[in-house]
Design a protein around this ligand. Structure first.
Ligand SMILES: NC(=O)C1=CN([C@@H]2O[C@H](COP(=O)(O)OP(=O)(O)OC[C@H]3O[C@@H](n4cnc5c(N)ncnc54)[C@H](O)[C@@H]3O)[C@@H](O)[C@H]2O)[C@@H](O)CC1
Ligand SMILES: Nc1ncnc2c1ncn2[C@@H]1O[C@H](COP(=O)(O)OP(=O)(O)O)[C@@H](O)[C@H]1O
Ligand SMILES: [K+]
Length: 457
């Protein structure tokens, strides 16, 4: 798993401090930051009259640099500030801006608005005296560009601390921060550009990257590619969706275990109406998926108990998660795939961001937790975590979770470790959703999985 690192505000400051310790100055870093944003703005918007809003900290310092560089390219640039700069570097950049600085409260709008009010230093909700003019100027602009982050979002949790303006572009400086990927902030970013300013960062939190999933080779046969067993329950359609997703997601052998034999779906699915324990006793079984359409009655509980006792790698979804509420640590590092509702039933109300909550849940359950939603987070008990790039809202339709569970099962069965299998499944799911496009239903995702797999060869 080696997606782009995502650093919190404190980690970003530490990464910057490490670079400054080598002799690079804050002013140099700020010149570089202003340079990448000015370049991105120029490419995106061209020769457009521009208003740069500067805050009191180093985000504002970047703003003064951007204004100077765009003016040097011949743009009509005005600057408005919420107050005097408070850091040495920002003061230095303010001094290098040779135009006037207007007060934010009553400045006139411009077609291009560049927001350098606050970045990673925002510590509390925006004051109305800043939020109101920001909103007014953003509404009146034709294009809005955020420097590092839209002003008014929580860097580490993606919470809204301001008016929630949607930008056409955000230029993230040095590294991605959680707010670039966590909702509701992530939805405001527009096109997200990462501006390299030579401040490297490493983190246990990454963006989910395209996995490398090699094609089967000469040494492979159906079992080496992975044997997935999906347990059927009260609603066999859900298990069928999971089974089909596991097949199209690359599993070499998929067994549907249960009573509803012969109900639609490809002939290539093996259907067995035998006790689940007997089916899972086969050493060639790479993973058991339990939960989609399982039901929550005694029969469902009995199937779950059999799966938990079987000693095979597990993917537990949907009803299985509800049945697990109140249980402690699990053995064998299963993968749990709750949406928010299932997560709360399973783990209660945990504090912090989605990342904090997924990590705490993973640690408590000793499982890899996939906290699903528009900003899916994957977390492992060892602290590794990953956030998906935004997926299409069209995924909010019945059965797409069953498809995700089947995909994760296929990747686990092919031998990926639980964290990597979960991340690979989430990536394929999001990619297939983009391919399937508007109006998708869960079945369409499955039809697009071969092309998603192709992208990972
Ligand atoms: N640290 C560095 O050396 C570099 C930082 N860079 C920029 O600097 C930003 C971070 O700079 P800072 O740490 O100075 O933080 P910010 O510029 O985001 O804001 C910090 C300032 O805002 C005040 N503040 C916080 N919340 C407020 C609120 N709700 N209302 C009013 N005032 C509030 C703080 O008291 C402080 O004065 C990054 O996002 C990036 O844009 C870049 O210039 C690259 C180099
Ligand atoms: N608004 C949204 N934007 C992007 N992805 C979403 C959104 N809502 C749901 N999803 C994704 O769709 C899937 C829904 O899964 P789930 O809630 O288990 O549905 P079901 O049980 O009907 O299959 C998850 O992968 C989730 O991340
Ligand atoms: K900003």
């Amino acid at each position: 798993m080696n997606g782009r690192p995502i650093l919190t505000a404190a980690e970003t400051r530490a990464a910057e401090a490490a670079v400054f310790a080598t002799g690079v100055t804050v002013e140099q870093a700020m010149e570089a930051a202003g340079g990448v944003v000015a370049e991105a703005a120029w490419r995106h918007a061209g020769r457009v009259p521009t208003l740069v809003l500067c805050g009191p900290g180093n985000n504002g310092g970047d703003g003064y640099v951007i204004a100077r560089l765009l003016k040097a390219r011949g743009l009509k640039v005005r600057v408005a500030a919420s107050g005097e700069p408070k850091t040495d570097a920002a003061r230095a950049m303010r001094a290098r801006w040779d135009g006037p600085v207007e007060p934010l409260a009553d400045v006139a709008p411009a077609p291009l608005l560049i927001d350098a009010l606050f970045g990673t230093g925002l510590a509390r909700p925006l004051d109305p005296a800043i939020a109101a003019p920001l909103e007014r100027l953003a509404k009146a602009a034709r294009l809005r560009i955020a420097v590092d982050l839209p002003s008014g979002v929580g860097t580490d949790d993606g919470a809204l601390l301001g008016p929630g303006i949607a930008y056409e572009m955000t230029v993230a400086l040095a590294v991605l921060k959680p707010a670039h990927r966590l909702q509701p902030a992530a939805a405001l970013m527009g096109r997200l550009v990462l501006g390299d300013i030579d401040i490297p960062g490493a983190s246990k939190l990454v963006e989910i990257a395209r996995p490398h999933l090699p094609a089967p080779g000469p040494a492979d046969h159906k079992y080496t590619r992975g044997h997935v067993v999906v347990a059927e329950g009260a609603m066999p359609g859900a298990a069928l969706l999971s089974a089909m997703a596991a097949q199209r997601g690359g599993a070499g052998y998929v067994t549907l275990a249960g009573r509803a034999t012969g109900q639609g779906g490809p002939a290539a699915i093996v259907r067995r109406d035998a006790p689940l324990g007997e089916i899972l006793a086969d050493d060639r079984v790479g993973v058991a998926l339990v939960g989609p359409g399982l039901g929550r009655d005694a029969a469902a509980r009995a199937l779950l108990d059999v799966a938990l006792a079987a000693g095979r790698p597990l993917v537990l979804d949907a009803d299985a998660l509800v049945l697990l509420a109140g249980s402690g640590a699990l053995s064998g590092m299963p993968i749990l795939t709750p949406h928010e509702g299932e997560f709360t039933k399973l783990f209660g109300e945990l504090p912090g961001s989605r990342i904090d909550r997924a990590r705490a849940a993973a640690e408590r359950s000793r499982a890899v937790v996939v906290l699903k939603g528009p900003d899916t987070v994957v977390a492992a008990p060892d602290g590794r975590a990953a956030i998906a790039a935004p997926a299409p809202g069209w995924l909010a339709t019945a059965g797409t979770g069953d498809v995700l569970a089947g995909l994760i099962a296929a990747n686990r069965a092919r031998g990926l470790d639980p964290f990597d299998a979960a991340c690979a499944g989430v990536w394929l799911h999001g990619y297939a959703a983009r391919l399937a496009g508007a109006g998708l239903i869960a079945d369409d995702l499955i039809a697009h999985l071969p092309r998603a797999l192709e992208a990972c060869l």
